[in-house]
Design a binder for this molecule. Structure first.
Ligand code: IPM
Ligand code: MN
Length: 334
């Protein structure tokens, strides 16, 4: 069989970004050695440090580098996040922000048995950042289009079908935001009609936020607009044990960038104790998107084994292991 080759762009960024990135890259290297895979890593610069050095947070060559790769891994950037990840998402038309939240073994969490996926629209809403500011007022424009609503709804239903999930919940605030959320809900409802085997419901965002705490097991696939998805995905991560375990994918037709939901964690940066599992699970999601199903499953299984043994956990999970020790433990399980 011909060896599959992929060019993977990496953006380590700031804070704990480089630490968790090197953990994920070492795991991918071990995985590739054991399989018929060739991964070429191309490191690209972006973030606070890059801005301090070059004057721009997202250099043109980084954007081009991501475009020229088969997929990209992104760790975290600090103050310049909105100058980096938002232009990448919007510029490359990565219209889906896919954020699974599930309970892994030995991870302390508040909720019950949660296994849900948030499908967050990733290109518009308040994140278009169209607005204005006077001395005593500010205004932000929320942009919702039928095209973007339709493709995100389709993605959510196709995912439900593919993963044999039973229900899609459209989360909105159409009772107040009747123009924007009104269009979003109407579009989701139309798309739902083409998937009669999947249960469809609509839920107002505030009620959803509460229900996520009271009955998290109710939820399966949630589809929502950009900012609601931002907020609910942190809430969902909180339900399953925090941001240390939350991976994500920014996915478009041609390109995709996989990133942990957590940020740069300046309080622990440089100490080598950051939990690399969200980054490693994001690398797994990348392999899945590349069509490397078995390799993706192998990563998740290795992570689960490490968690089950419970011997090599970072402090956020109640252990005392270092980032690179967790990466090494995952590599051993591969
Ligand atoms: C996220 C982050 C970003 C967002 C910020 C850092 C721009 O919170 O990926 O969820 O709001 O989307
Ligand atoms: Mn967020």
């Amino acid at each position: 069989m011909k060896m599959k080759r992929y060019r993977i762009a990496t953006i380590p960024g700031d804070g704990i970004g480089p630490e968790v990135m090197s953990a994920a890259v070492s795991v991918l290297e071990t995985l590739a050695e054991n399989r018929n895979l060739a991964l070429e890593f191309v490191e690209l610069q972006a973030g606070d440090k890059t801005k301090a050095e070059t004057g721009v947070a997202l250099p043109e060559e980084t954007l081009r580098g991501v475009e020229q790769s088969d997929a990209c891994l992104f760790a975290a950037v600090g103050e310049t996040a909105k100058e980096v990840i938002l232009p990448l998402r919007q510029g490359l038309d990565l219209y889906v922000n896919l954020r699974p939240a599930k309970v892994y073994p030995n991870v302390p969490h508040v909720g019950g048995d949660v296994d849900l996926v948030i499908v967050r629209e990733n290109t518009e809403g308040l994140y278009r950042m169209i607005g204005d500011r006077g001395p005593d007022w500010g205004v932000s424009m929320r942009v919702i289009t039928r095209r973007a609503s339709e493709r995100i709804a389709r993605f959510a239903f196709d995912l439900a079908r593919r993963e044999r999930r039973r229900r899609v919940t459209c989360v909105h605030k159409a009772n107040v935001l009747d123009t924007t959320c009104g269009l979003f809900v109407e579009t989701c409802r139309n798309v739902a009609a083409a998937y009669p085997e999947i249960e469809y419901e609509e839920m107002i965002v505030d009620a959803c936020a509460m229900k996520l705490i009271l009955t998290p097991g109710h939820f399966d696939v949630l589809v929502t607009t950009n900012m609601f998805g931002d907020i609910l995905s942190d809430e969902a991560a909180g339900l399953v044990g925090g941001l240390g375990m939350a991976p994500s994918g920014n996915i478009g037709e041609k390109h995709a960038i996989f990133e942990p939901v957590h940020g740069t964690a300046p309080d622990i940066a440089g100490r080598g104790v950051a939990n690399p599992l969200a980054m490693i699970l994001s690398a797994g999601m990348m392999l899945e998107w590349l069509g490397e199903r078995d390799a993706a499953a192998a990563i998740e299984e290795a992570v689960i084994k490490v968690l089950r043994k419970g011997e090599t956990l970072t402090p956020d999970l109640g252990g005392s292991a270092r980032t690179e020790e967790v990466a090494a433990a995952v590599q051993r399980e591969l």
